[in-house]
Each structure stands twice: as structure tokens, then as C-alpha cells.
Write a protein that binds this ligand. Structure first.
Ligand code: S3P
Length: 446
């Protein structure tokens, strides 16, 4: 039996008034997971502000506690972690249940699998279907023992780590920040230098946080990609982390405003890290009315307030090399593309097949049941835009995937007929305030 799951609860959206107002989406999920994990691996106190308090991050916080940190919630988004330190992790008393969270589970495999403890990882039906060999392969090279695993290298699986890891040089087989981060985190408990080479740059939050907490690393960019070399066994010290708003969550009200006639909204404090802004680049190419107000620095990341207004969009071709900087945004980009004039072609989407569900199939099916023509050829998706409101009226199968649910609920706000997501419970994994926030700017969701 798979672990922890609420009963499905459908949610529908329908067209109504224009969207207007100022909103603030929650803290970035990638940074929130990492802030907890670095809190565990440091000595002393880590103080986190604007942490994303979603199911995925709470599961990481529980795992951090089970591995020996003291974790306290001090107020809304304000958390304190007293770390166990590298080499100081405790043997967890129970299975670590990561629910729906790929990032939490995979990064923690690097952490727990690099220490002399025995740890069992599990999660929900979605997590149980996701490939973990991509994490286990480098960890085994570093000395981790895979005590047991579900068929095909999946959770539930149990790892036993060495006293200290063997330093390796590892070229990631896919552009994945999760693989890169798991190897670097395991390299923290190594007496030597762990090197990760990635052919395409992926989100760099782990590298930034390693420096922020006191590790020594070098990052070299060359034609062959990025080479990150980390000196093992640093003395990580607790630090303050202020989490900026998540661009992957901002994407939903942003696209909603672009496709809903008469809308104009401002989304505050959105992280503008260039390895996360591929969606904005693409929307600007499509002719979207997006402006950046008051660009400033928060905790080492550039943030801006984003003004987005309704207007016509045109179809574009999205090159495969842009995928890592917008990997979680394709579902909502496909929704924007459905309202555009002409086809939008998105190339090189193979990694979408191993997300919370096969997102390539789920997006194509969701568009089809709402009257939008699509083609999937290999790993490329073409959406034939309707040049205005899409027909809508469909019931979308969300397959335990929060972003499929939110993307199609955005579609329903501007479709001729509303759209129903068969289950909205998973939205709580990344953006628990999604429905109230969309209602606050005028969206009709019920
Ligand atoms: C994440 C990396 C991405 C992304 C996920 C968050 C991270 O996954 O899809 O939502 O925080 O490192 P991959 O690294 O597998 O592409």
C-alpha cells in the first residue's frame, strides 16, 4: 500500500471577471528544501524566513528532524534549525516518508546515503513510480550500499552509507539539478574533491547555498558545460536564509492574467535567477505584456515585482536548450500557447515524462479534452493555438500532479466553458494558497 494520501477532491474554474490586484506567491520550493537540508548539515543555528510551508517541504523538515536536527516553527514562514553537522547525522527511528516530493527524497538520498546510517525512503503512488537509479548510480560509486529497492530502482528503498564517501567526478546523464545536488550533498562527507559536470546548466541553488553556508567550491563554465568542484568535509556553519517568491508558482497567476481579457496584476518579489526564468523569456517572445518593477537583491538572489497584462499572444518555437530553465513551467506554457495565434512547438521534453506524472502525456490529454489540437512527436509537443479563448468544458485527469491541476485551472478562467481538475488536493504539495490567491484577484474557482 502506498503511503499517506487524502481522498481526491475535484476543483473547477470558470470564466468571469478580469483579474486585478497585487499578489505575493509563497517562497521558492527548491530553496526551501535546501534551506532545511543545509540547516541539518551545519553546526549551530539556521534561521529561515518565508519558507514555503507546503506538504513537500514539511516532509523534508520532518526528515531533517528524524536525522538529528532540532526544527522549530517560530511564526508564519519563520523556521529555526539547529543542525547535526556533516558526519553527525542520527539513525532515523522510522521510514522517511516524502509523500509526493521528488526533490526532497532525492536530495536526502545524497545526505543520508553518505553517512553510516540505514535509511528507508518512501512516498506516495506518484513518487513510487519515479526513477531513482539516476541518484543511486552515483551514490553507489561513492560507497553507498543499496540494501533494498522496489523493482526498477524505485522507492521504497533502503540505503546504508559509508563512514565517509569516496570523492568522484560525475557527469550527469540528464540535465537535472536533483542529480547534481544529490552528488554534491554526498560529496560533503568526503575527504576529497567531488566534481559534477553538467552539459547544460540547471538551477544553481545548491551551489549558491554551499557558498553561503561556508563550503569551498569552484564553478567553471566552458563549451562542454559547467564543472562544479566541491572540497569535502567543510565546516558548515548555520546561516540566515530569506526565501524569495517561487517563479514556478508565480507562473500560474502570471499566465492567468495574460489570457484573461481585461486583466492586469502585479506579482511581488519573484525570484529572477536566470536559470529559472525560461518561461518569462518564452512569454516575452510570444508578445506578452510583462514588465519588471523594482529589481533588487534578496539574500543573494535578484527579485522583481512583475506586472502582467492581458494581450494577444503568438505561437513560437521553444528550443530544447531552454528546457532546464523552465522545466516545471511547460504545463502552464502549453495553456498560454492554447490561447495564442498559430502553433507553439516545444522541443526536447523528455525529462517531462519523469515528473510527478508523465507531464507530456497529461498536458496533451488535458488540452485535447478541452478542444485544443496538439501533436506529440517523440519528445516534442506542438500546441495549435486557438487565437483567443479555447473551448474548455473538459474534465482533466491530474495524475497526482499539482502543476497539471493548477495549469488547467488557469485555463478554465479564460476558456469559453470552465475546466474541472479531477483532483486538487495535490496543489498543497507546492502552493497551498493557490485557490484563495486566485480568488483574491477575481478568479472563479469552486
Ligand atoms: C528541482 C529540480 C527539477 C524540478 C523540480 C525541482 C530542484 O527537477 O523539476 O521541481 O529543486 O532541484 P530535475 O532536477 O529532476 O529536473
Amino acid at each position: 500500500m502506498s503511503r499517506s494520501h487524502p481522498a481526491p477532491s475535484p476543483l473547477a474554474s470558470r470564466p468571469g471577471s478580469p483579474l486585478r490586484g497585487r499578489v505575493r506567491v509563497p517562497g521558492d520550493k527548491s530553496i526551501s528544501h535546501r534551506a532545511m537540508i543545509f540547516g541539518l548539515l551545519s553546526r549551530g543555528e539556521t534561521s529561515i524566513g518565508n519558507l514555503l510551508e507546503s506538504e513537500d517541504v514539511v516532509n523534508t523538515a520532518k526528515a531533517v528532524e528524524a536525522l538529528g536536527a532540532r526544527v522549530t516553527r517560530e511564526g508564519e514562514g519563520r523556521w529555526r534549525v539547529i543542525g547535526a553537522g556533516i558526519g553527525g547525522l542520527a539513525q532515523p527511528a522510522d521510514v522517511l516518508d516524502f509523500g509526493n516530493a521528488g526533490t526532497g527524497s532525492r536530495l536526502m538520498m545524497g545526505v543520508a546515503g553518505s553517512h553510516p546510517i540505514t535509511t528507508t525512503f518512501d512516498g506516495d503512488e506518484s513518487l513510487r513510480s519515479r526513477p531513482m537509479r539516476r541518484i543511486l548510480d552515483p551514490l553507489v560509486q561513492m560507497g553507498t550500499q543499496v540494501v533494498s529497492e522496489a523493482p526498477g530502482g524505485r522507492v521504497p528503498l533502503t540505503l546504508r552509507g559509508p563512514r565517509e564517501t569516496i570523492p568522484i567526478t560525475y557527469e550527469t546523464p540528464a540535465p537535472s539539478a536533483q542529480i547534481k545536488s544529490a552528488v554534491l550533498l554526498a560529496g560533503l562527507n568526503s575527504p576529497g574533491i567531488t566534481t559534477v559536470i553538467e552539459r547544460q546548466a540547471t538551477r544553481d541553488h545548491t551551489e549558491r547555498m554551499l557558498s553561503h553556508f561556508g563550503a569551498t567550491l569552484t564553478v567553471e563554465e566552458s563549451g562542454a558545460g559547467r564543472r562544479i568542484a566541491l572540497q569535502g568535509q567543510p565546516d558548515l556553519r548555520g546561516a540566515d536564509v530569506l526565501v524569495p517568491a517561487d517563479p514556478s508558482s508565480a507562473a500560474f497567476p502570471l499566465v492567468a492574467a495574460l489570457v484573461t481579457p481585461g486583466s492586469e496584476i502585479i506579482i511581488e518579489n519573484v525570484m529572477m535567477n536566470p536559470l529559472r526564468t525560461g518561461l518569462i523569456t518564452t512569454l516575452l517572445e510570444m508578445g506578452a505584456a510583462i514588465e519588471f518593477l523594482d529589481e533588487r537583491d534578496i539574500g543573494g538572489e535578484t527579485v522583481a515585482d512583475i506586472r502582467a497584462s492581458y494581450g494577444p499572444l503568438v505561437g513560437v518555437e521553444v528550443p530544447p536548450e531552454r528546457a532546464p530553465s523552465m522545466i516545471d513551467e511547460y504545463p502552464v506554457l502549453a495553456v498560454a500557447a492554447a490561447f495564442a495565434t498559430g502553433p507553439t512547438v516545444m522541443r526536447g521534453l523528455e525529462e517531462l515524462r519523469v515528473k510527478e506524472c508523465d507531464r507530456l502525456a497529461a498536458v496533451a490529454d488535458g488540452l485535447a479534452v478541452n478542444g485544443v489540437r496538439t501533436e506529440v512527436i517523440g519528445d516534442d509537443l506542438t500546441v495549435h493555438g486557438c487565437g483567443g479563448p479555447v473551448p474548455g468544458g473538459g474534465l482533466v485527469a491530474t495524475h497526482l500532479d499539482h502543476r497539471i491541476a493548477m495549469a488547467f485551472l488557469v485555463m478554465g478562467l479564460a476558456a469559453k466553458e470552465g475546466v474541472t481538475a479531477d483532483d486538487a488536493t495535490m496543489i498543497a504539495t507546492s502552493f497551498p494558497s493557490f485557490a484563495p490567491l486566485m480568488r483574491a484577484i477575481g478568479g472563479e474557482l469552486a
